[in-house]
Design a protein around this ligand. Structure first.
Ligand code: G4P
Length: 530
């Protein structure tokens, strides 16, 4: 197969949702329809049900599973599909944001009864900012939920999307009978007592089939026809270009648990979803078809077993062919590195591969060379954009609880931060270290990992911060800037990349600072255009 054909085949995407909407179930059903697994239950959910640390540690202990489910690849209808797993738990939202830099499209899962929830709003806003093509899947139609049109309105208003239904439910909850596939123009109905059995699905080529009316009854058929008229009248016609440019989002309805609507979604997905997209580096736009290999690290997985301290760096290939044992330039270190056992991922396992193509994810064994955002190339100095840090929600001083182990502590903190577990800020005034996290759970995770992997002990101390703001560098002769640096010294810190950060202790003081020093530009993410 030619290099271009390899690229055109690939579909790399992520599934995002608020916890419990059905992301794990849908992932599993996609694998089932794709023939990648034989039975349900094969994909272990790696979500943290009660938000307890013990659950997280348990998951970490089963690291094999979570590494294997980080990327789920399978073949379906001449396509190579890579599903990138995103943690559902909100305390790990940063991890999800980073994974979204490596996808070419996403599927958004929404619970029909709960509608648009908080976590979905946040994740979709990130996708919207990056114009990532999105398909919406409204799940759990076997349950009583919101009216389909109300839900479509909610999706448009709360998520700021422009929807275009490509399927429509016949009934809902107890009366849920099936799905009209707008994209293909056919109908699928449940039959028999159990909605779970796929073999009991009945298919009708169109709405004219008299048997359809016999099955669902005239009221249901008439209501479906009315609804379809409304869909045609109200929503724009599907356009692949509009979907690919992030201006239009197709919507599917179904029930992942009952296998309903999943195949329609998958069949349409493989036809319309984008193949690997060009990616912006600081220097230029890089196209997948370029001969020279380039890729970037978007995730690092540590091995929790102290006897095997290696880590796995997940690299998304952006252009060219990645080859085993070929030297590549690690741009940040300015060093050439070779990889003798790059991993590729399949539904339930990982394997060593000789070649990977744009859209693929390779797992590289790493003994501490990689940080999130690092770029590999064949010599060109490229830096991929789009892996910014956001302001953490929680801030605490970290103290050494065992003076004999300060080296271990420093190394542990350094490596955990490289993995993106949390953010480290070093205060300008006194060099004290502050850890910023998205959720309180991470402090326990860090403490546990420092102790078990590095033999270091730490304690925390509260540090009240409202928001971390990245300070845009200014001309050193700017007097206002100099005054800001002098007056606010107590609140200034450096992040891990050495960027200056203002740690505002309240919304009020942030506002005051902005009013008093209007020429000092403060940003809520670490990446900004100057
Ligand atoms: P998540 O990854 O988005 O967090 O959600 P997950 O797939 O784990 O699904 C959350 C719960 O919703 C699960 O039930 C799952 O069985 C259920 N679910 C998923 N899809 C459907 C659907 O189409 N219809 C209905 N009725 N339920 C659905 P659970 O009781 O929390 O877990 P489990 O014991 O079933 O695993």
């Amino acid at each position: 197969m030619s290099f271009t054909q390899e690229i055109r085949q690939r579909r790399t995407f992520g599934i995002i949702s608020h916890p419990d909407a059905g992301k794990t179930t849908l992932t599993e059903k996609l694998l089932l329809f794709g023939g990648a697994i034989q039975e349900a239950g094969a994909v272990k959910s790696n979500k943290i049900k009660k938000g307890a640390t013990s659950d997280f540690m348990e998951i970490e202990r089963q690291r094999g599973i979570s590494v294997a489910t980080s990327v789920l690849a399978f073949r379906y209808k001449d396509r190579k599909i890579n599903i990138l797993d995103t943690p559902g738990h909100k305390d790990f939202a940063e991890d999800t944001f980073r994974t979204l830099t490596a996808v070419d499209s996403v599927i958004v899962v929404i619970d029909v009864a709960k509608g648009v929830e908080e976590q979905t709003e946040k994740l979709v806003s990130v996708c919207r900012m990056r114009n990532i093509p999105m398909i919406v899947f409204i799940n759990k139609l076997d349950r009583e939920g919101k009216d389909a049109f109300d839900l479509l309105d909610e999706v448009e208003q709360k998520l700021g999307l422009h929807v275009c239904p490509l399927s429509f439910p016949i009934g809902m909850g107890y009366d849920f009978q099936g799905i009209y596939n707008i994209y293909e123009g056919n109908v699928k109905l449940f039959s028999g007592g159990s909605k779970k059995k796929l073999e009991e699905t009945l298919e009708f080529e169109d709405l004219q089939d008299p048997e359809l009316e016999n099955r669902i009854g005239s009221p249901a058929l008439n209501s479906l026809k009315e609804n379809l008229e409304l869909v045609t009248g109200v929503y724009p016609q599907f356009s692949r270009e509009a979907y690919l440019s992030g201006e239009l989002q197709p919507v599917f309805f179904g029930s992942a648990l009952n296998n309903f609507g999943v195949q329609e979604l998958l069949d349409c997905f493989v036809q319309i979803a984008p193949d690997p997209r060009p990616k912006k580096a600081e220097e230029r736009l890089v196209k997948p078809e370029e001969e020279q290999m380039s890729g970037f690290v978007f995730k690092i997985h540590a091995n929790m077993d102290p006897k095997h301290r290696d880590r796995l760096a997940f690299v998304k290939i952006v252009s060219g062919t990645f080859e085993r044992n070929k030297p590549y330039l690690h741009v940040r270190l300015g060093k050439n590195l070779k990889f003798s056992s790059p991993n590729a991922f399949f539904a339930e396992k990982k394997e060593i591969v000789d070649r990977s193509y744009p859209g693929d994810i390779v797992g590289l064994h790493d003994t501490g060379h990689f940080k999130i955002g690092d770029t590999l190339t064949e010599g060109e100095e490229l830096h991929y954009k789009g892996i910014p840090s956001f302001s953490p929600e929680h801030f605490r001083y970290i103290n050494n609880a065992d003076p004999m182990k300060s080296k271990q502590l420093a190394k542990g903190i350094d490596q955990l931060m490289d993995e993106g577990v949390a953010q480290l800020f070093t205060l300008e005034l006194n060099g004290r270290k502050v850890i910023g996290t998205v959720g309180a759970l991470q402090y326990e995770v860090i403490q546990y990992r420092l102790e078990h992997e590095y033999g270091a002990k730490c304690t925390y101390e509260n540090f009240p911060v409202h928001k971390a703001c990245w300070v845009e560098p200014q001309d050193p002769n700017n007097e206002e800037y100099q005054e800001f640096l002098r007056v606010k010294q107590k609140f200034l810190a450096r992040d891990k990349r050495g960027q200056l950060v203002f740690l505002a202790d309240s919304a009020f003081s942030l506002q005051m600072t902005q009013d008093k020093y209007p020429s000092v530009k403060l940003h809520f993410t670490s990446e900004f255009d100057t």
